[in-house]
Design a protein around this ligand. Structure first.
Ligand SMILES: Cc1ncc(COP(=O)(O)O)c(C=O)c1O
Length: 472
């Protein structure tokens, strides 16, 4: 098979997969791990099988993949697809390069820089530097590493005793901060969790109390880590208040805007991140709300030199970074050596719809989340489980069951939803209660698909209450 026919065939299969995901199909096949392992041909052969067999393999992969562009997919904080960015993925692979030097990635370097500059401008960051990373988890780690570098400038050269250094983060923050505190060398017990209010926002008064307590204990506070868009409830910490405290105690302030960063496009919602300009660094996942295929995430810092020191290679990479007299190589601001051109797909999508398009998309997501919340409130079998600030809608089925049965019912309900296969939402816990967390981050979702979703939830909930087995 020639290359052209092969590529046409691949694209045609991908197109069928994407189109059919919009119709009434199962989002996920029901096979268990063991059964899929048993029935799949995964062997790496001694003799090659040729391109035609790759087409069969692609068919098989597509048929066993979760349809994350389907309207019923509301499970993680991402979903849907920008078709321009799909093209970007293809061109990135076809022009396969690494982002370390301008020499090897000239146009890609300019594209990545222009994206970082615009994201920084949206946060009113003024002069800044950044890098695209593998996601919010690594963005948070970079934030903590920059904080360490700022507090102990020699740490990148001579190491670091983190046993007394403490950082502060909200109790509802993402788990990546726990991992980051380990990697950065302070250990998880030196990551102090700050109490949240009933909306899931970090309490500024508790933050101040904890900083004072740490100082009294002889610990060394060095960073405050705020969140704009928490994982479960979608809450936004009060950045201006947090910044005032961070500055007063001379602490680095990093903001995890992996999930909520897109509010910066919207005149209506950008006030959720009021005060972001006072932070020292932030991260923002374009692969979440903006619908760019994984991976595409930005880390941005005001003081370029701090990031450069964190990523210093001690001038050992003489074979890469030549003396060109220009300071344009993005590899000097990254923890990676080889790094994909993840900028292109975001750039193409951004050029397609512009700032105005992102704002419109966000506003429509918020309207759909309002609609879902209203529908939950109007349905006496359902109950909202948290106030809403973003597109996370956390609710549970209550039916006519006593409180003590509800965790069991909602756990079982989520299991049966997955078995049913038309909708995927995640299961989470708020104040000890099991909730269904549905998020709107997928352009295929509509009021009609949300109506069907709630009908499905209520129908399954009633079956469980009546003691009926799952539908086969
Ligand atoms: C608030 C928040 N921060 C960070 C992350 C981690 O992002 P990533 O999966 O891109 O590493 C997540 C993931 O869901 C998140 O919800």
């Amino acid at each position: 098979m020639d290359t052209e026919t092969f590529l046409d065939e691949v694209l045609s299969r991908v197109k069928i997969f994407l189109d059919s995901s919009q119709s009434d199909v199962r989002i996920r096949s029901e096979q268990t791990h063991d059964s899929l392992l048993r029935t799949s041909d995964l062997k790496l052969p001694m003799e090659g099988r040729g391109l035609e067999s790759a087409l069969d393999d692609i068919e098989s992969v597509l048929s066993h993949s979760v349809r994350t562009t389907a309207p019923g997919f509301m499970n993680p904080l991402w979903g849907g697809l920008s078709i321009a960015s799909l093209a970007g993925e293809l061109v990135t692979a076809a022009t396969n390069t690494a982002m370390y030097t301008y020499e090897i990635a000239p146009i890609a370097t300019l594209i990545e820089s222009s994206i970082l500059k615009r994201m920084a401008e949206l946060a009113d960051f003024g002069t800044s530097q950044g890098t695209l990373t593998t996601g919010g988890s690594n963005g948070n780690m970079l934030g903590l590493l920059c904080a360490r570098q700022s507090k102990v400038p020699l740490s990148s050269q001579s190491g670091f005793d983190g046993t007394k250094m403490v950082a502060f983060v909200s109790e509802e923050s993402h788990y990546s901060f726990n991992i980051a505190s380990n990697v950065v060398g302070i250990g998880q017990s030196n990551l102090i969790k700050i109490r949240c209010n009933e909306q899931g926002q970090m309490r500024a008064d508790s933050l101040e109390d904890e900083i004072e307590r740490a100082l009294e204990n002889g610990q060394i506070p060095f960073a405050v880590l705020a969140t704009s868009g928490t994982t479960v409830r979608g809450s936004f910490d009060p950045l201006r208040e947090v910044a005032e405290i961070a500055h007063r105690y001379d602490l680095w302030m990093h903001v995890d805007a992996a999930w909520g960063g897109s509010c910066l496009f919207s005149t209506q919602y950008r006030s959720l991140m009021d005060g972001i300009e006072l932070a020292d660094s932030f991260c923002w996942d374009a692969h979440k709300m903006m619908g760019i295929p994984l991976i595409c995430s930005a880390f941005i810092v005001k003081d370029a030199e701090i990031l450069r020191a964190v990523c210093s290679n001690g001038n050992t990479a003489h074979y890469l970074y030549l003396e060109t007299g220009e300071d344009v190589d993005l590899g000097l601001y990254s923890l990676q050596c080889g790094r994909r051109n993840d900028a292109l797909k975001l750039w193409l999508a951004w050029r397609e719809i512009g700032d105005a398009g992102w704002a419109k998309m966000l506003d429509s997501f918020m309207k759909l989340a309002d609609y879902l919340e209203r529908s939950v409130n109007e349905n006496e079998s359902l109950e909202m489980m948290s106030n809403r600030m973003w597109t996370n809608v956390c609710f549970r089925y209550v039916g006519s069951s006593p409180e003590e049965n509800l965790n069991h019912i909602n756990t079982e309900l989520r299991k049966r939803l997955i078995h049913d296969g038309r909708f995927m939402v995640s299961r989470s816990t708020i104040d000890g209660n099991i909730v269904l967390r549905s998020v709107i981050a997928n352009r295929s979702i509509s009021e009609a698909s949300l109506d069907s979703f709630l009908q499905c939830v209520v129908s399954i909930g009633k079956d469980i209450e009546r003691g009926l087995p799952p539908n086969q």
